[in-house]
Design a protein around this ligand. Structure first.
Ligand code: PAF
Length: 281
C-alpha cells in the first residue's frame, strides 16, 4: 500500500487509473479505524479495481466548542489496518494543503443539513459536503462507500451528488455493532467503563421502536415517547434528539408507513453518540 500525502500526487494516481479504465472504490474516513471502517474497505474492494481510503480529520466539520483537537488519532495503527485489508492507497492530506490561507469555497446541501444533527451542530454538514466534494475531485472515485451509522450524512452526500451531477455512485454499507448492540464509532473511545455500558441505551431504544412498530403502532409520537422513556431511565444519558422521518427528504412523519428512518443522538456523559435503524412498516 502507498501512503500519499500530497494532493497533486493523489490526483495523478487517480487520473492515471481512471484513464486506464480502472474503477476506483473510495472510503473517506477521519481515521482511528474500527471494524465499521474495515467493512467499508471490504465493500470497496468488492466493487472496484483499486481501493483508496482517506484519513483526514476535517476541521471544517467541527464547531468551535467541539472535539477537533482531542478527536482520537493513531496513524500507525490505521496504516496497519488498511494494509491488512488490502487497501491500495491511503490518502492523508495535511490541513494546510486542504484549506490553505485564503480558502473561501464551501458547498452546502440546504434544508437537509439543518435538521437532526445539523440542528445541534450548525455548519457540520457544510464542512462534511465541502471536504467530501474536494476528496471526490482529487480521488475520482467510481464508488464511494459510506456507513449507514451516519444516515443523515449519507443522505446529504447522495443529494449533493445528484444535485451537482457528479459521476460517483454512493454505496451505503450496514452499521457494524458490538455484541451488545452499540454501533461502532471512533467516539466510543471517549467512554468510561460505566458510560460504555450506558451507551447501549441508543440501540436498545431503537429495538424498542422496532418492537412497537412490529406490534402495530403507527403513531410516530407514541414510538418517540416509548424511546424517550427508556432513555430517560438511564442516568448517564441525555437525549439530544429523536427523529422519525422518511429516508430521502428527512421529512418528519406523524404516521408510520413505508420506509422509515428512526435516528437519535444521545449524550452519554460528555460524549455525543448517534445511531439509527431503517424500518419497513
Ligand atoms: O464520516 C466521516 O468520518 C466524515 O464525516 C467524512 C465522511 C470522512 C468527512 O470528513
Amino acid at each position: 500500500m502507498d501512503i500519499i500525502s500530497r494532493i497533486n500526487r493523489m490526483k495523478e494516481i487517480s487520473k492515471e487509473a481512471r484513464g486506464k479504465g480502472k474503477k476506483i472504490g473510495f472510503v473517506p474516513t477521519m481515521g482511528f479505524l474500527h471494524e465499521g471502517h474495515l467493512s467499508l474497505f471490504r465493500r470497496a474492494r468488492e466493487l472496484s479495481d483499486i481501493t483508496i481510503a482517506s484519513i483526514f480529520v476535517n476541521p471544517a466539520q467541527f464547531g468551535p466548542a467541539e472535539d477537533f483537537d482531542k478527536y482520537p488519532r493513531d496513524l500507525a495503527r490505521d496504516v496497519d489496518l488498511t494494509v491488512a485489508e488490502g487497501v491500495d492507497y491511503l490518502f492523508t492530506p495535511a490541513v494546510e494543503e486542504v484549506y490553505p490561507e485564503g480558502y473561501f469555497t464551501y458547498v452546502e446541501v440546504k434544508r437537509l443539513s439543518d435538521t437532526m444533527c445539523g440542528r445541534s451542530r450548525p455548519g457540520h454538514f457544510r464542512g462534511v459536503t465541502t471536504i467530501v466534494l474536494k476528496l471526490f475531485n482529487i480521488v475520482l472515485p467510481s464508488f464511494a462507500i459510506l456507513g449507514q451509522k451516519d444516515a443523515q450524512q449519507a443522505i446529504i452526500i447522495k443529494k449533493m451528488v445528484k444535485d451537482l451531477n457528479m459521476n460517483v455512485e454512493i454505496v451505503v454499507a450496514p452499521t457494524v455493532r458490538h455484541e451488545d448492540g452499540l454501533a461502532m464509532s471512533s467516539r466510543n473511545y471517549y467512554l468510561s467503563m460505566e458510560e460504555r455500558k450506558a451507551a447501549t441505551i441508543l440501540y436498545r431504544s431503537l429495538i424498542e421502536a422496532q418492537r412497537l412498530i412490529n406490534d402495530g403502532e403507527k403513531d410516530a409520537e407514541a414510538i418517540e415517547i416509548g424511546m424517550r422513556k427508556l432513555i430517560e431511565d438511564e442516568p448517564l444519558a441525555r437525549i439530544d434528539y429523536i427523529s422519525i422521518t422518511d429516508t430521502a427528504q428527512l421529512e418528519h412523519l406523524s404516521k408510520i408507513s413505508g420506509e422509515v428512518l428512526i435516528a437519535l443522538a444521545v449524550f452519554i456523559g460528555n460524549t455525543r453518540l448517534i445511531d439509527n435503524i431503517i424500518v419497513n412498516a
